[in-house]
Design a protein around this ligand. Structure first.
Ligand code: ASP
Length: 437
């Protein structure tokens, strides 16, 4: 019998995880069983992925930058990357604002439901608010200061410091370009080999993906809050999902226009990374797989993926910014506020910046939402309104975040003449690995 392709295995794992948890919740011991015996495997799976992130960025970015041969092509690619990232983010926020203003989901929330939600989730929301307050109190240049680590070992010790690791890797790569070729070669060869080992490790971890997502989804089902609250928030959630779906359409269009990759080749190439983003709610955890898919299945050369994707995972969060725009306006509507055009334009600016500042981990977008709310003068207590549905929406927005990174890397690659023929076509997962151009 032909082996089931990876994406089907992952989808099957997800579906079975949900069904398994739904069945077990009927037993008094079911929730505990899943918490004690199933969830840990999901945690192990995510940890294994995160484990790879820092070494992967170091090895592939150092190699990628040093392969560029000269500083001017690095700065040209850097500029294109950042510009495209900002443009797609602004498009995403605008779509979010468009949808939420047309559908007006907040208007359907009654006063009773609003009070009930604030009551139920007020405490959790308060924690997010305090987190955001800490970020807000920092000076305007703090983000720049945070970019430069004082110790690379320390920076590599926390996945939230990804930008610092990226900074170090680019800096190191630049150094490598500037020293004589003969001296640089052994260092490059080392990172080359290091990179291959990491890619092989990703392959091995992905063998466990169907089981990992089974455990993650089963744990999510038993931890989900009550169904009534979900119903009250249905329209809001629908707006976010609709906006996100439109954004996926925008990527498909952009990729098609700029690279002539058909929607099916793009989606099937990036599919497993999308499914993983959905299951883990973390662009950072998904990064190793995103890089592998874009390189092997979508034909982007490693010089580009190693630069564009790690940066994208940390700063390009189109799904998150779209969600922040919808959530902010929804909360305003629920509190009966009318937002002026100026306030909505302000949301475009703050949501773009807030998504850049959001860490690529579960729930980060909600922390930064506080800043968007504060800037627009919307009550922060409103966070409690949307808390119940945040996790499923986090799963969806992370999927869009990862898709956006992939789309932009293809466009940048095309503009740099670095989009080649994929090593593997679509869903064939049994491809020869580790091919170098
Ligand atoms: N979970 C998202 C990510 O990792 C960030 C967020 O929106 O919370 O991409």
């Amino acid at each position: 019998m032909k082996k089931l392709a990876l994406h089907w295995q992952i989808l099957l794992g997800m579906a079975l995880g949900v069904v398994f948890a739904l069945v077990l919740t009927n037993f008094s011991w079911g929730d505990d069983f899943i918490g004690d015996w199933i969830k840990p495997f999901g945690t192990i799976f995510i940890n294994a992925l995160k484990l790879i992130a820092v070494p992967l960025i170091l090895a592939s970015l150092i190699k990628g930058v040093s392969d560029l041969k000269d500083i001017s092509s690095l700065s040209q690619m850097g500029l294109r990357t950042i510009l495209t990232y900002v443009i797609t983010t602004v498009i995403a926020v605008s779509i979010g604002l468009g949808v939420v203003n047309v559908v007006k989901p907040g208007a359907t929330i009654g006063e009773d439901t609003r009070d009930e939600l604030v009551e139920a989730y007020g405490g959790d929301a308060e924690l997010k608010r305090q987190d955001a307050q800490r970020q807000k109190e920092a000076g305007p240049l703090q983000a720049l200061v945070d970019l430069v680590p004082e110790n690379i070992i320390g920076a590599s010790g926390d996945n939230r410091n990804m930008l610092q690791v990226i900074f170090f890797a680019i800096f190191f790569g630049i150094g490598l370009i500037l020293i004589p070729e003969k001296t640089a070669q052994p260092v490059k060869d080392f990172f080359d080999g290091f990179n291959e080992v990491i890619l092989k490790m990703i392959d091995l971890i992905m063998l466990a993906a169907p089981y990992g997502v089974f455990a993650l989804l089963a744990a999510l089902v038993v931890e989900a809050p009550s169904a009534d609250l979900f119903a009250a928030l249905g329209m809001y959630a629908l707006c976010v999902v609709l906006g996100l779906a439109l954004m996926i359409g925008v990527y498909i269009l952009l990729v098609w226009t700029f690279t002539r990759h058909t929607p099916s080749s793009f989606l099937s190439g990036i599919g497993p990374a999308q499914l993983l983003a959905f299951s883990t709610s973390s662009s950072a955890a998904t990064l190793p797989v995103t890089m592998e898919r874009v390189e092997e299945h979508l034909g982007v050369k490693r010089e580009v993926t190693s630069f564009v994707l790690p940066i994208g995972a940390t700063i390009n969060m189109d799904g998150t910014s779209l969600y922040q725009a919808v959530a902010a306006v929804f909360i305003a509507q629920a509190f009966g506020m009318d937002l002026s055009l100026g306030a909505q334009l302000g949301i475009i600016a703050t949501a773009t910046l807030a998504s850049i500042g959001s860490a690529a981990v579960p729930g980060a977008g909600m922390v930064m939402l506080v800043i968007v709310l504060a800037q627009a003068g919307i009550p922060e207590a409103g966070l409690a309104l949307i808390f119940a549905v945040d996790r499923p929406l986090d799963m969806c927005r992370t999927t869009v975040n990862v898709t956006g990174d992939a789309a932009v890397s293809m466009m940048v690659a095309k503009s740099q003449g670095k989009l080649g023929v994929p090593h593997v076509k679509d869903w064939d997962d049994n491809y020869p690995k580790n091919k170098e151009e």
